[in-house]
Design a protein around this ligand. Structure first.
Ligand code: NAD
Length: 507
């Protein structure tokens, strides 16, 4: 392994990448620093911008024009954004690695997801279909039309610092809505670079500038968006703790919210499973992004006949995991976002062992001598005798619990027996088990997979989960409907005035 890069090198990389994307770094007083988890040292600064009122006013102005632009023309803007993202794929990926600590391949994958959603949204711009229903009255037509909704506020988490914005923004823009983005305070440079690319597309296509704005800062800036009466849809991605605060506040002003919150995802491994495949799916799910994905695999529920063999093979694979600088090819596990995340992981391992668990492997801090301010950790596996309190919580780190089951009903009960409901999977070659898992009394999650892990969703499907995950759906399928308002239209061409439900009311 080569040495971790020096602070000055990371700072230069960040500056070069944002500049190439068109960000002008000379600006107002910079009041906050941004730190790279790669070495735990500052790589840049940013200015808190909490003038949400001004941003909303500009967005409303843009909305007045944009909502009447034909949707396929709105699609052209998103298509251009996709092309610019392709051109700057490596720049954005570098910033994601620098700010979120993702390995290069996963960071490039995140940008690919952004390019893909632009593709999807540009096609969608010709497919914002409403239905026509048979009217119960003669000479009448009953139909629905979809209209732009209004200003969309987007609050994003540190671990997908760019893709979540693009899922929301690409769809919102074709739906006719302007977007105000409050990115994670850990990833302001990635946000500014993405926004600069969209600004360039907006200027090239002479679209209104107020369609895309970024407000930087912490929870207070997010709260200003949450409470603003002119933010029609608030899409918030982050912890369940944040969603619990945000959801009721938006509801209190009758705003619309789309919540994408924490997960506690499980894979069931049955006796008929292809163990080789299962192990690959489990390892990517559990240690990819250093366990910091909402869809990260946190629980394996394995049949009693295979659990010992499975744990043994997982432990052997974990022992070989290359951990270190995420920019260095070959490394698969980068750093945790900060020391707090490392402490949380340690506390969770402590609680799990106090609740009867046995630590199989991992949990040690790595590279501490070389980078005392960065937090690299060996991914951990803990075998649990039962689904105790700690297992029911999301610990945002590479910590995998292994539970044992005897019959498939028990496995489903364990899978569903947590407050969160994001992603789930089963490894089986038994068709009855896979169908049962996907059926109404199977997994209660928003994402239900067969012979694949819990993480790494494609943009074509609707993404999100139930229960404490918040119930929101974004990205593909018909998730666009959250960004539009529906009008039901009844047209009478009969020359008579028959009333619905046969009501008689003649004066
Ligand atoms: P976080 O909740 O700490 O922060 C997320 C965002 O919310 C940040 O931009 C933050 O500034 C903002 N925020 C925090 N408190 C707020 C408040 N009171 N009002 C308004 N905004 C507020 O989450 P994080 O640590 O950045 O991300 C990790 C969490 O996000 C995990 O729980 C993970 O599962 C979840 N996540 C969910 C999804 C999903 O699609 N379901 C995707 C990615 C991450």
């Amino acid at each position: 392994m080569t040495a971790l890069p020096k602070a000055s090198e990371l700072e230069r990389m960040a500056r070069d990448a944002v500049t190439r994307c068109g960000v002008n770094l000379d600006g107002p007083t910079l009041d906050r620093t941004v730190t790279s988890p790669i070495n735990g040292l500052p790589i840049g600064s940013f200015a808190t911008n909490n003038d949400v009122d001004e941003a909303v006013a500009r967005a409303r102005e843009a909305f007045a024009t944009w909502r009447v632009v034909p949707a396929p023309i709105r699609g052209a803007l998103v298509r251009r954004l996709g092309a610019l993202l392709s051109e700057h794929k490596e720049d954005i990926a570098t910033l994601i690695s620098l700010e979120a600590g993702k390995i290069t391949s996963e960071a490039l994958g995140e940008v690919q997801e952004m390019i893909d959603i632009c593709d999807f949204a540009s096609g969608l711009s010709r497919q914002l279909y409403g239905r026509t229903m048979g009217s119960e009255r003669p000479g009448h037509r009953l139909m629905e039309t979809w209209h732009p909704l209004g200003v969309v506020g987007v609050i994003t988490s540190f671990n997908f610092p760019a893709a979540v914005w693009s899922w929301n923004t690409a769809i919102a823009l074709v739906c006719g809505d302007p977007v105000i983005w409050k990115p994670s305070e850990f990833a302001p440079l990635t946000a500014r670079a993405c926004a600069a690319l969209l600004d360039r597309a907006i200027d090239e296509l002479s679209a209104p500038r107020g369609l895309s704005q970024v407000v930087l800062g912490g929870a207070d800036v997010g709260e200003a968006l949450v409470d603003h009466p002119d933010v029609a849809l608030l899409s918030a991605t982050g912890s369940t703790r944040m969603g619990r605060l945000v959801g009721p506040r938006v509801a209190a002003r009758f705003g619309r919210s789309l919540l994408e919150l924490g997960g506690n995802n499980a894979s069931i491994v049955t006796p008929s499973a292809d163990l080789e495949l299962a192990i690959r799916g489990i390892v990517f799910g559990a240690v990819g992004t250093a366990g910091q994905r909402c869809t990260t695999l946190r629980r394996v529920i394995a049949h009693e006949d295979i659990v010992d063999a499975l744990v043994e093979r997982l432990a052997a694979t974990y022992a070989k995991l290359p951990i270190g600088n995420p920019l260095e090819p070959g490394n698969l596990v980068g750093p945790l976002i900060h020391g707090g995340a490392f402490a949380t992981m340690g506390n969770a391992i402590g609680a799990a062992t106090a609740q009867g668990g046995a630590l199989v492997v991992g949990g040690e801090r790595r590279l501490a001598d070389e980078a005392p301010d960065a937090y690299y950790v060996s991914p951990a596996i803990v075998r649990m005798p039962a689904q105790t309190d700690i297992v029911r919580q999301e610990t945002f780190a590479p910590l995998l619990y292994v539970l044992t089951y005897r019959d498939f009903d028990e496995a489903i009960q364990l899978q569903n027996g947590v407050p969160q409901g994001l992603s789930s999977s089963v490894f089986t070659r038994d068709q009855e088990e896979s169908e049962r898992f996907m059926s109404a009394d199977g997994s209660d999650c928003g994402i239900v997979n067969v012979n694949i892990g819990t993480s790494g969703a494609e943009i074509g499907g609707a993404f999100g989960g139930e229960k404490d995950t918040g119930g929101g759906r974004e990205s593909g399928s018909d998730a666009w409907r959250s960004y539009m308002r529906r009008a039901t239209n009844t047209v009478n061409f009969s020359g008579e005035l028959p009333l619905a439900q046969g009501v008689e009311f003649s004066v």
